[in-house]
Write a protein that binds this ligand. Structure first.
Ligand SMILES: [Zn+2]
Length: 311
């Protein structure tokens, strides 16, 4: 075991990055399947086993199914009926591969090579799971403006026990910020309780904001036909709290609002409507917070010292 870890620790970082890109592209390919099949109740994730053309239903050859490469070889068209496959398929594969590579670099390499430490791999696993849950979340919300409960409540079963690994919650945070809310008993228990508390508080907070908005903007909400805050967004906050812990959840929420405001202004200027649902922005915020907390903290420090230099 010790020798195996030594060998792993001596592997060149480039090896892990290439491996992460390769695995990420296959996960991305699987996520495309999830996004297409999960909201369609008649299709299950593993049946039929092989992917098929959504137009002529012909089973695809395994080589046509290879992430990124398969799409490029076919030039985005079905081999049998010629229907165009959206460019989104390879883009999702490329995005997942890129995020996996970034996560691997960030967790294992950027602060000194820690590949020989098993707990670092657990943190990396946590990060890629966050990416793999939130990407299909965002895409299904974009497509259908709704989220199947399978994709919020299902992952909770994984992420609640995962919160026992407090390193993942602490990852990227400055030492002065403590993601633990409780300090009794063993750390792993406090990790789980703190993550759950963050999630439930976020859930309650967003629910309250939504209800208040419904009252204040009653007329406008009625015109739009529905609620100011979608039920899916509220459940996502619960999941994000459990995934990230409170400091990163707060960061994720502000990134979501900031990105939503910028893109919303562009949509108004270009008269593109209807607006994007909030879910994808929350997913963007959460993935940014999971991967880039260290940079966010640096940005915040820079901003604060900039403000101080003004007075
Ligand atoms: Zn076809």
């Amino acid at each position: 075991m010790k020798e195996a870890l030594e060998i792993i620790g001596e592997m060149p970082p480039a090896f892990w990055l290439v491996l992460a890109f390769f695995l990420g592209s296959f996960v991305g390919s699987f996520l495309n399947v999830v996004v297409y099949r999960l909201p369609r109740n008649c299709l299950s994730i593993n049946n039929p086993k092989r992917s098929f053309c959504p137009s002529c239903k012909t089973q695809l050859k395994w080589s046509d199914n290879l992430p990124i490469v398969g799409w490029a070889v076919l030039r985005g068209k079905c081999r049998y009926c010629g229907v165009r496959f959206g460019v989104r398929y390879p883009l999702v594969e490329l995005l997942t591969a890129t995020l996996f590579t970034l996560a691997t670099w960030r967790v294992l390499i950027s602060d000194g090579n820690v590949a020989s430490q098993p707990l670092a791999w657990l943190t990396l696993l946590h990060t890629v799971l966050v990416i793999s849950v939130l990407l299909p979340w965002a895409l299904i919300d974009l497509d259908l403006r709704m989220i199947p409960d399978k994709l919020t409540l299902g992952p909770l079963i994984v992420f609640v026990p995962f919160a026992a690994h407090v390193d993942a919650m602490k990852f990227g945070l400055p030492g002065s910020v403590d993601p633990l809310i409780f300090h009794f008993g063993p750390t792993w228990l406090n990790g789980i309780l703190s993550a759950l508390t963050a999630g439930i508080a976020a859930y309650a907070g967003l629910w309250l904001i939504g209800k208040t908005a419904n009252v204040i903007f009653a007329k406008r909400v009625q015109e739009m036909g529905g609620e100011a805050m979608g039920g899916g967004d509220i459940k996502l906050m619960l999941l994000m709290g459990v995934m990230l812990g409170w400091p990163k959840l707060v960061a994720a929420f502000f990134i979501a609002i900031f990105a939503g405001a910028i893109i919303g202004v562009f949509q108004i200027i270009l008269r593109k409507g209807p607006g994007t649902p909030f879910g994808p922005y929350l997913a963007l915020g959460a993935i940014t917070a999971a991967l880039g907390t260290k940079w966010l903290v640096a940005l915040y420090d820079w901003y604060m010292s900039f403000l101080q230099s003004l007075v």
